[in-house]
Design a protein around this ligand. Structure first.
Ligand code: FAD
Length: 398
């Protein structure tokens, strides 16, 4: 693993910094990221910001130039993501499209699908959601029951999805549905692109522990999907879905930078309130520092693999498991540093950070669930890295 940036990579980092100084509307590097009163306001700001970013060609850095990318590699993508996070730029509002579904269409879609969808994913003029999980199919995704039935010129979809992030803002959804009920679970699934404004799509926001509603239930009632919106082959959607899931667990420089910033803020808070010298606090700050450094090494190892053409595979699972457990420990530490005010929510007087730590603690509880739970990541690592025997499969339904 060679960690020395090439001259073009160093130049790209410098160019990105200059662009951010000129274009970020908050104080570069030292300001807080923008905060919003409502998710709607955040999405509106995010769309304008992503449009500006993509005009500067800072989104989809590793995508081909013909679709709005730079045609660069994973290391260049890593560098730009790191710089954006360092500048405290908001997370891309169209991240589901940019990080998951765009790369899936690039790898598995038709030329017409690529030309139609990819540029609008990059500039956030169209937002995407991922319609995979169902009430009875999360970790065991292959047991999904949303049904696709053949009709003239396409398919009719019926079923229910859940935990669908950003579905209420989405123009398009990538949906897995069972197109062959006779085949084995993984063999009868097709990967569809759904127009989220189609008749029969019913999106119902779910209230989260943070009091926000990022994710939703989505009901599909006779939703028509034309044939040209199937990604990959009919009944071969499981293979396409795995390409989406691999991208979900890959390299994560953004979380690395965000958690480094969190640790800096924690250090400052601990100095301010004197808890830094508490033997219950100081050693845990040192531990967090060490864990962050290890996460950085996992990231470098994963990006190094990807740049050599292999997918991150189980390395992505190790990285995801590591950072989400680290994040939860770091947030527990934050609550101990905040002290007796830890249970106080936003707007409470004398509350260090005005509820920021509390919100962040609640938010990151989900990090060990999204993108595959940590138990599932452990299974992947056990089977694919350590070579342990596969866990017994579920008995077939009678
Ligand atoms: C914030 C957030 C955003 C999300 N966004 C989306 C989205 O946009 N689109 C989407 O499709 N999904 C989304 N999800 C859903 C997510 O992918 C699922 O929650 C996840 O896959 C787990 O599925 P489940 O909730 O059904 O839990 P289950 O699969 O029912 O698991 C319940 C518990 O059993 C454990 N378990 C299950 N199977 C095994 C096993 N074989 N071995 C050991 N332990 C096991 C799990 O680890 C877990 O602790 C989101 C989830 C969250 C938290």
């Amino acid at each position: 693993m060679d960690l020395t940036p090439s001259p073009p990579q160093a130049a790209l980092r410098a160019e990105c910094r200059v662009w951010l100084r000129a274009n970020a509307s908050w104080e570069y590097g030292i300001g807080l990221p923008p905060r919003f009163d409502t998710l709607e306001a955040e999405v509106e700001f995010g769309k304008a910001w992503q449009e500006k970013l993509s005009a500067g060609r800072w989104v989809g850095v590793a995508w081909p130039q013909e679709y709005g990318g730079r045609g660069a590699g994973p290391i260049e993508h890593y560098i730009v993501t790191e710089e954006l996070a360092t500048a405290r730029a908001p997370e891309l509002v169209g991240r589901i499209g940019v990080n998951l579904l765009g790369p899936t269409i690039l790898a598995n879609g038709t030329e017409a699908q690529r030309a139609r969808f990819l540029p609008n994913i990059l500039n956030a003029s169209e937002i995407w959601c991922q319609l995979f999980s169902e009430p009875g199919a999360g970790s065991d995704l292959a047991s999904l029951t949303t049904k696709a039935t053949r009709t003239d010129g396409g398919w009719l979809l019926n079923g229910q999805k859940v935990w669908t992030s950003y579905a209420q803002f989405a123009d398009w959804g990538a949906c897995l549905a069972r197109s062959d009920t006779e085949a084995k679970p993984q063999a009868g699934i097709t990967y569809f692109i759904i127009d989220m404004r189609s008749p029969g799509v019913d999106v119902r926001p779910l209230r989260q522990i943070t009091d926000e509603s990022e994710f939703n239930e989505v009901f599909l009632n006779d939703v028509f999907v034309p044939d040209d919106r199937v990604v990959g082959e009919v009944h071969q959607g499981w293979r396409v879905a795995n390409s989406t899931l691999t991208h979900e667990r890959g390299v994560n420089p953004r979380q690395l930078v965000i958690h480094s910033q969190l640790l800096d803020a924690l250090m400052q808070m601990a100095h301010r309130n004197g808890s830094y010298h508490d033997p219950q606090i100081g050693p845990r700050l040192a531990q967090a520092f060490t864990e962050l450094r290890i996460f950085q090494l996992h990231n470098w190892r994963a990006v190094s693999r990807t740049s050599r053409g292999s997918d991150p595979g189980p390395v992505g699972s190790i990285s995801k498991l590591w950072w989400s457990e680290m994040s939860k420990r770091m947030h527990d530490l934050a609550m101990d540093i905040v002290g007796p005010e830890a249970p106080l929510w936003r707007g409470a007087s004398h509350n260090d950070g005005d509820g920021m730590w509390q919100r962040s603690w609640l938010y990151y509880q989900a990090s060990s669930i999204w993108a595959g739970t940590n138990e599932i990541q452990r299974n992947v690592i056990a089977e694919r890295t350590l070579g342990l025997p596969k866990e017994p499969s579920k008995p077939a339904a009678k």
